[in-house]
Design a protein around this ligand. Structure first.
Ligand code: SF4
Length: 415
């Protein structure tokens, strides 16, 4: 009788993707969704903050109290916490992300082991995650060459490297034949795709757009400096979503320096105004409460945010990560104050998003992904939520919406 394996995944889409690959590579074991009946638990960890590390530790504590299952640690935490947890006999084995396709062999090890693998490994399979039967996350890139002072990712995911173009195109062709029309290109630093292999993100996207059945291409987060002149040539393409997520992380020039960011506020503003003129909805990442964020720098940052045509926000309060330059920076910002600033920012972007939706008088192109209580849910070309009332089952359909009501958090239509 095959042993049962339960997968516990923490962290980002790339970790979700890696767990998918492990599950699809597993042959000698059965997967169980029920943690209690597991003989083996694969813990795919995150280490992006100290908080992420403590979540992993408390999960191990929970398993130690409730189960006899053997724990195998993988993911980014394998590189920061793996050796210590192995020495404490809290996990049976530790392996790096590059070893994920050898999952059967890893789990069959009788003796405790530590195998960090190769941080610059390039995955063979490129399929990521699926929502329903209409959109697919395609991992095209891994790792990062930036060195933001608060971030541990380059040290646990390795240098930036691109997946094989032929494989990416092959996979998307297969999915498009199976009815997928929307593809989300993802990775650790997506905009780095093509570096060092004589191609670029925009060239890859043009090739993807020529695949029969590809209707819309979305992008994960890109860096402002990666919106090159070559990339600007594809901005009017009908297959490109009318939304871009461009990571600023802050809007105070002094804070950007402290965070060792490569973007410069003045250029960011010019870029955002250029994209806004072209009708793009624009999202960004932002960290509040990074050490050094004085009251004066915060009010300057907020003034600069007010001047930006932003519509979407992915923001967090700063969270210390041992081993990063920011972890020893002073003065630190009080956690409650950081939360207050985060809330201030979120409220502002919410107002800007509603204003954008109210001002946009055009047609919405919506891919319906799910149905709940008789209402259909999806996202439009601006990556805004759309709720549609209809007697017809619309799940998996592309619908064009002329008349809609811009409600607090979403657009509402009846078809
Ligand atoms: S760009 Fe900066 S924040 Fe993003 S993964 Fe790279 S180092 Fe981390």
């Amino acid at each position: 009788m095959k042993q049962k394996v339960y997968f516990k995944t923490f962290g980002c889409r790339t970790n979700l993707y890696d767990s998918q690959v492990m599950m699809s590579s597993l042959k000698e074991y059965d997967i169980t969704e029920n943690e209690e009946e597991a003989d083996v638990i694969v813990l795919n960890s995150c280490t992006v903050t100290n908080g992420a590390d403590s979540h992993v530790r408390s999960y191990i504590g929970h398993v130690e109290k409730t189960s006899k299952a053997k724990i195998f640690l993988t993911g980014c935490g394998a590189h920061t916490k793996g050796e210590k947890l192995l020495a404490q006999k809290r996990v049976h084995g530790v392996f790096g992300q590059s070893e994920k396709q050898k999952i059967d062999f890893m789990l069959s090890q009788e003796q405790p082991f530590y195998n960090p693998g190769d941080l610059n490994h390039i995955d063979e399979s490129v399929v990521g995650d699926f929502i329903g039967k209409s959109r697919a996350f395609i991992k095209i890139q891994e790792g990062c060459n930036f060195r933001c002072s608060y971030c541990i990712i380059p040290f646990v995911r390795g240098d930036a490297r691109s997946m094989d173009e032929t494989r990416i195109l092959e996979q998307i062709s297969k999915l498009a034949l199976n009815g997928f029309g929307e593809f989300i290109l993802s990775g650790t630093n997506v905009g780095s795709y093509g570096q060092g292999i004589g191609t670029s993100l925009s060239r890859l996207m043009k090739k993807i757009s020529q695949i029969r059945g590809v209707r819309r291409i979305r992008l994960g987060s890109v860096e402002p400096i990666q919106i090159s002149d070559e990339f600007k040539e594809i901005l009017d393409e009908p297959w490109l979503e009318r939304h871009l997520h461009i990571a600023l992380q802050h809007t105070s020039p002094q804070m950007l320096k402290l965070m060792n960011r490569r973007n410069v506020y003045k250029q960011d503003r010019e870029l955002f105004e250029f994209l806004h003129e072209k009708g793009f909805a624009i999202g960004t990442d932002f960290i509040t409460g990074h050490p050094g964020e004085s009251e004066a720098l915060w009010s300057q940052a907020m003034e600069n945010v007010r001047a930006l045509p932003l519509t979407h926000l992915h923001a967090f309060t700063y969270s210390k990560r041992d081993g990063t330059p920011s972890a020893t920076m002073k003065p630190e910002v009080n956690g409650m104050l950081a939360k207050q600033r985060l809330h201030e920012l979120e409220e502002l972007i919410k107002v800007k998003n509603t204003a954008f939706r109210k001002a946009f008088g055009g047609e919405l192109e919506v891919l319906i992904e799910s149905e709940k209580e008789g209402l259909f849910h999806g996202f439009d070309q601006h990556f805004n939520k759309v709720v549609v009332k209809s007697d017809e089952d619309l799940v998996g359909n592309w619908v064009s919406v002329q008349k809609y009501e811009a409600r607090e958090d979403y657009n509402y239509a009846e078809l």
